[in-house]
Design a protein around this ligand. Structure first.
Ligand code: UD1
Length: 361
């Protein structure tokens, strides 16, 4: 059976790669890789494909950047053509980006059996574009593959029948395990002159943090304070680079000694993260990766769709004003975190097994 796999933006690639490899190895499924083009810079896309052993996509939709409607509409128009010509047996969409919601709408209307990988996450904040994408995708998908019990509960509360839900675990960590030896062999920390656990890594890209001048200025101020005691490396997302430039805030970071660098590919980035003393972020995936690796994570957000990283893992939601205290507390407190169930590198195999079971059902 042919399975369309949709890859669009950076955090999708770590979710698609393990499933692509597992489908390929299964013998009874043929993955067809479709890149919507939402992310297109080499360091946001092609380099990560290469790190994860993904081939060039079978189809590239070349949609690119735009407003939400432009991007979502562009992906729908381009993917509909391919879905009509190619008629897959299954469509798998991952995560919560605009392309995820766009392709699930196309799949649902064409009657293609659609699966959402990383279903059921809810921040309950509809100001987040991802929350809208998650709601739309989950209500339309025929099969919902969830990472954690809270996701199952969210879906049940929304009236999704249990037989459509399978808890498969966290697919992102499969990517980590797939390439772990190569991550461990990376020399990025030496090249940057950093000592293990003696530095922090920063990532920021949420519109709520970077699009608003006052919020971004507060965060920059907090990072400058932290950098006085802890060297910080900050690989900057293109959206954030634009805002830091526009608001003249990038210069403040550099003056405070923050190492502002280009976005990194998966292998050097995970090497940097796995050896860090703390992570300061607003990313979704990093909240999970740090819980898996047992590294303190300070999340600059008011809510999280990944509450298990707080209740069981190493994550804390923080405000810019208290960041410095939180970093100090997190680095010196003894952590009692654990890895959530099924966050074990075996998720892609459980996805394939579920697809097999549903095929005959
Ligand atoms: C998107 C996802 C977000 C995800 C993030 C990871 C949505 C609504 N948002 O946000 O959930 O966490 O990806 O990075 O789908 N740009 C480039 N080069 C690129 C890609 C983007 O320069 O390769 C710039 C463009 O100016 C673009 C801006 O970044 O307008 C934002 O890109 P976009 O894909 O719209 O959203 P992200 O902020 O990346």
């Amino acid at each position: 059976e042919r399975v369309h796999l949709i890859a669009a933006a950076r955090p999708n690639f770590m979710k698609v790669a393990p499933l692509y490899h597992a489908l390929k190895a299964s013998g009874d499924f043929t993955p067809v890789l479709i890149h919507t083009g939402q992310h297109y810079d080499a360091n946001m896309s092609d380099d990560i494909f290469a790190d994860l052993g993904l081939p060039a996509p079978d189809h590239h939709l070349g949609v690119g950047s735009g407003t939400h409607a432009e991007q979502t509409g562009g992906v729908m128009i381009a993917y509909e053509k391919i879905a009509m010509e190619d008629r897959p047996d299954w469509l798998v969409v991952v995560g919560d980006v605009n392309s995820t919601a766009a392709c699930s709408m196309v799949g649902a209307k064409l009657g293609i059996r659609t699966v959402h990988l990383e279903a059921g996450l809810r921040s309950r904040d509809r100001a987040m574009p991802e929350e809208i994408n998650r709601l739309v995708t989950d209500v339309l998908a025929d099969v919902l593959w969830t990472p954690s019990p809270d996701a199952d509960e969210n879906l049940a509360a929304e009236g999704i029948p249990v037989e459509r839900i399978t808890r498969v675990g966290n697919i992102m960590l499969d990517s980590y395990e797939l390439v772990r030896p190569r991550i461990e062999a990376e020399d990025i920390t030496e090249r940057l002159g950093l000592s293990p656990r003696g530095y922090g890594v920063v990532t920021l890209h949420r519109p709520s943090n970077v699009d608003d001048f006052r919020q971004l200025a507060r965060i920059v101020e907090a990072l400058c304070q932290v950098a006085q005691g802890l060297p910080l490396v900050f690989p900057v997302h293109p959206r954030t680079r634009q805002r830091l430039g526009r608001y003249n805030l990038g210069i403040k970071l550099e003056e405070a000694g923050v190492r502002v660098v280009e976005p990194l590919s998966y292998l050097p980035f995970m090497a940097l993260v796995s050896r860090a003393g703390a992570i300061i972020t607003d990313s979704g995936g990093l909240q999970e990766e740090t819980t898996y690796l047992g590294i303190p994570c300070l999340t600059l957000r008011d809510s999280t769709e990944r509450p298990i990283t707080v209740t069981e893992g190493t994550n804390r939601l923080v405000k810019p004003e208290t960041l410095i205290e939180e970093v100090n507390a997190a680095m010196f407190a003894s952590s009692r975190s654990r890895r959530p169930d099924l966050w074990d590198g075996g998720t892609a195999d459980r996805c394939v097994a579920d697809l097999r079971a549903r095929r005959s059902a």
